[in-house]
Structures are given as C-alpha cells and as structure tokens.
Design a protein around this ligand. Structure first.
Ligand code: MG
Ligand code: MG
Length: 272
C-alpha cells in the first residue's frame, strides 16, 4: 500500500534527504587514492549522528555498516573494507539516514583520481538517466513510465539495466510501496498521485545487465566484471510535478564541479 505524505511530512523527509546529501558531500572530499573505506564509513556514521540523525542502513536487515560501498564491478550493497582506494576506481556510495522518523536514501558514484573515459561516460549517462526517469514521475503517469524512460535512455547507449534491484517508495520505512524498477512499459503499473515520495535509483552496467552475488550475502556485482554505476535521488510528487528532496550540490561544491543540472531540471519541470 502506498503511503501518501502530507506537506509537513514532505518537509521532514527533505531534511532526512539533506542529511544524506551533506554526508555524501563530506565524503566527496575524502574519496581519493589511498583512502580507507572503513575509516570513511565511520566518518559518515559520526557525521550523520552530528546532524541529529541515525544511520539508516546500519543494522537494517543486519547490514554491518553505514555506507553501501560498491567499487568498480560491484553494483550495490557492497560492504566497506580496509582495501585502500586506487587511482581509476569508481565507487558507488549509497547512504541512508533516519531523522524525525523518516528516511533519506541516496547515492552517487564517485571517481577516484583519473578514471577511464569509457567509465566516465557510464557514470554520466547513468546520472542523466536518473533525471530522465524523475521527469516521468508526474501526475497521471505510472510506475512503468519512469522505468521505460530510464531503460530506453541507458539501452540507447548500449548499457545493461539491472532488473533484480529497483527503486522504491520512501517514508517511515526505508522501502515502501511502490517498487520503482529501472525498466518497464509505458502506462503500466501504479498511478502517481500527489504526496507520493520515492527513491529513483538507476543501477546501470557497462556490459551485461546480468548480476551475481558474493557469498557475503550482500555484495551484488556484474556477471561480466565490467563497471557499474548507481545514482539515486529522493523525490516527492508536489502539485503534479516531481520535486527533488535530495541534492548533489554538496558533492559538486566539494569537488569544485560547476553543475546546473538540478536547476535545469527544476526549470524544465516548470515549462512541462
Ligand atoms: Mg539507496
Ligand atoms: Mg534506495
């Protein structure tokens, strides 16, 4: 059952999302060759607690850490370890926070030093597909419209769209209805209505869409060992249109990246 949020609840959820946004921004300046993932995980935990929130993933379904830390061929749900970051790695970092009873949940794939051009392109297209999908999260559309748009965009670049893992509704629980696949058919599935809040999160592979899981019971990786990327925003449906609750602006500020993608997104939505 989809739980519709009031305007007050959406403001609380914005705060929870921003706790994660700030945490990813803090990590952005720390993710470099030689950095220790477990140390960064502890920094993230402390940083979340300093903001009056709890790590959303720590202990959830018995997950052992604050961050889902998924380098290179790992898709999602990787576990931070003591293996130092290497030049050329890409790391998908997914983070959750619980504040005032509501979850924030979002993710970014970071580059460590200089990354291969083909991998940069995967990250860029995956992030673009996130906004392509979010634009379809509007009144009158359905779950399948978002998935269709993401799938079409990524497959047009020859990438594999992971099927087994999906986005989701978000609220007092980390995973609420509806499920939000990154593939689908136009006009199918649950209809969107104002007050829905979802996490949209394309998980896109450079090669095959097929995945496997490590014996740790968590880590998902690509079946062909090629890189994967993951970007996730929390989005509310307000006045018929998608409104971003999370932001990558803290990351961009830390990395000195000039990006108007979120502004452009908001502008495009005004004229839609
Ligand atoms: Mg997530
Ligand atoms: Mg999620």
């Amino acid at each position: 059952m989809v739980k519709i949020k009031t305007a007050e609840e959406i403001e609380l959820m914005r705060e929870s999302a921003l706790v994660v946004s700030r945490t990813l921004g803090m990590l952005a300046s720390e993710i470099k060759p030689g950095a220790n993932p477990l140390a960064l995980d502890k920094m993230a935990e402390d940083f979340i607690r300093e903001q009056g929130a709890e790590p959303g993933f720590l202990g959830m379904y018995d997950f052992p850490n604050t961050l889902n830390w998924s380098p290179n061929a790992q898709v999602v749900h990787g576990i931070p370890n003591n293996e130092p970051l290497k030049e050329g790695d890409v790391i998908s970092v997914d983070c959750g926070a619980l504040k005032n009873g509501y979850y924030g949940d979002h993710a970014y794939t970071f580059e460590v030093g200089e990354v291969a051009e083909a991998t940069k392109k995967l990250l860029q297209v995956t992030k673009e597909s996130l906004y392509v999908g979010i634009r379809e999260f509007k009144e009158g559309n359905r779950v399948g419209d978002v998935g269709f748009a993401i799938q079409k965009y990524c497959e047009s670049h020859g990438y594999g769209v992971v099927r087994e893992l999906v986005g989701h509704g978000l609220g007092t629980e980390l995973h609420e209805d509806p499920q939000m696949p990154n593939y689908g058919k136009r006009g199918r599935g649950k209809k969107f209505v104002n007050g829905m809040v979802v996490a949209i999160e394309p998980m896109i592979n450079m090669g095959t869409r097929r995945i496997k899981q490590l014996k740790d019971g968590w880590t998902i990786l690509t079946a062909d060992g090629k890189p994967s990327a993951h970007f996730e925003h929390d989005v509310a449906l307000v006045d018929g249109k998608p409104e971003l609750l999370s932001t990558f602006q803290y990351i961009y500020k830390a990395l000195g990246i000039e990006s108007s993608e979120e502004e452009e997104f908001r502008h495009q939505n005004l004229v839609l």
